[in-house]
Write a protein that binds this ligand. Sequence first.
Ligand code: NAD
Length: 523
Amino acid sequence: MSFEQLSPATETVDVHNPATGAVVGSVPVQTADSVATVVRELRAHQPAWEALGVRGRATWLRKLRNWLLDNESQLVEQLHAETGKPRAEAVLEVMVICDAINYYADRARQFLAEEKARPHGLLTASKKLTKVYRPYPVVGVITPWNFPLMIPGVDAVPALLAGAAVVIKPSEATPLSGLGLARGWQEIGAPPVLACVTGLGATGVALVDTVDLVQFTGSTRTGRAIAARAGERLIPCSVELGGKDAAIVLADADLARAANGIAWGGLVNSGQACISVERVYVEAPVYDQFIALLTERVVAVRQGLDDGSYSADVGAMATEQQVEIVRRHVDDAVARGARIVTGGNAVGPGAFFEPTILVDVDHSMACMREETFGPTIPVMKVADAEEAIRLANDCEYGLSATVWTKDRDRGQAIARRLEVGSVNINDAYANLFCFALPHGGWKNSGLGARLGGAQGLRKYCRQQAITAPRVPTPKNEVLWYPYSPRRGRTVARILRLLAARGLQRRLRRTEPHTLSISESGQT
Ligand code: NAD
């Protein structure tokens, strides 16, 4: 399938390199009709894909992994061009998909195996019970601009392995990498069950209106609209949304590691990651020392357009609008009494914002309450861990958090008091690479989760329950017609025997039911 065939779209959207402003591509704005045609085509091919079985599908996914590795440098260049991120970060996107393919292709047979269930009582003892995982035919994967290859890849892989067909709708700001993934699928000659549609929000709306399950990653605002529409259509959706992740630094932490980890966790991908460190709470006794170490690390970070020789640590922001949000948060913080330790400015040409540390911040400021999604690290001094936990939980989001301490038990205990979907102790981002664990947000950070071992595949499946006789069957069953007083009493006695606990209740005789209607008309 090519866009030329499917999309007589007259409108197009240009893709810019945010670091230079150069136009690096142009894609069609696909209409609702065009999206419906793509989904119809995939729907027609999905049964054969499902019939291929897990082994057959895993073979194609492994071929896709090889294609990704063989085309790594092109994919990295494309990511670099449409996001302005350093190549060192772009390459991670390719590798995480390959790792996800290996993890799920190696385990899909086990995770999707039919399950035998044991009958729970005499009534069903003669039945063979089986639970079967059958895919949702067409899954829509709608993605944001911050990881334009990794997110569509990591969501499409388990859906395809589960037997679904997948339509990716990448962000209008960064559609080239998603298209690249679909092109790779075509180039390896795989069955036509993976496609990519491009356009603005309306193209995403059209996709939600035609698929059988929506896997969405993006803003809380859009996630809410998608969940509402999915509710109307009675289709499932999983929405992975924004965050305001807290880091808690305890007085006994390895402060050098905490400063290094928080600098990276706050600045990687220019801070444009859902699980970016967005705010830091440090126990008073080590506050000054932590700020000194963090500043030393952040000041040393090189920002700019990576020339291919690892010349930059922090690249551009993906869009000018994102630069504006960061500027607003910094200005608001300063206006309310915060102090900039380093950074604090948008710097051009291109969509760059300096790596920034803010101190003397509090929860009246946007930088401590709203998702910034930029290279800012606001740090607040707290009296103790209790205050840090209270402030960390004082937030509409609940995506993830980090805790820095040498006391392992205390770290584990604090993790269990945080209202977030994942916690990394003495690390940042670690959970993202642990496919055995679910990646999902609490509160306004999402509904459902991606990955998480078997659940990461099974979420793309409908569960089917099958019963079959285990023994030769009679011509008729006691529960079937005809009903008669004798049979009715016998059945009632058997059911009571099974349901009741205690000899007296089990053996009590049941009288035929009579309906007594009181004078007031109530039964
Ligand atoms: P966005 O919500 O603006 O857009 C995301 C995608 O949805 C785009 O492809 C867009 O075209 C499409 N879209 C827009 N309106 C739509 C609608 N009504 N129906 C269907 N599709 C629609 O998000 P963004 O600005 O691209 O991404 C940034 C956000 O993504 C941040 O909030 C970030 O935290 C979040 N994010 C979350 C995770 C996670 O795993 N929790 C990961 C990465 C990013």
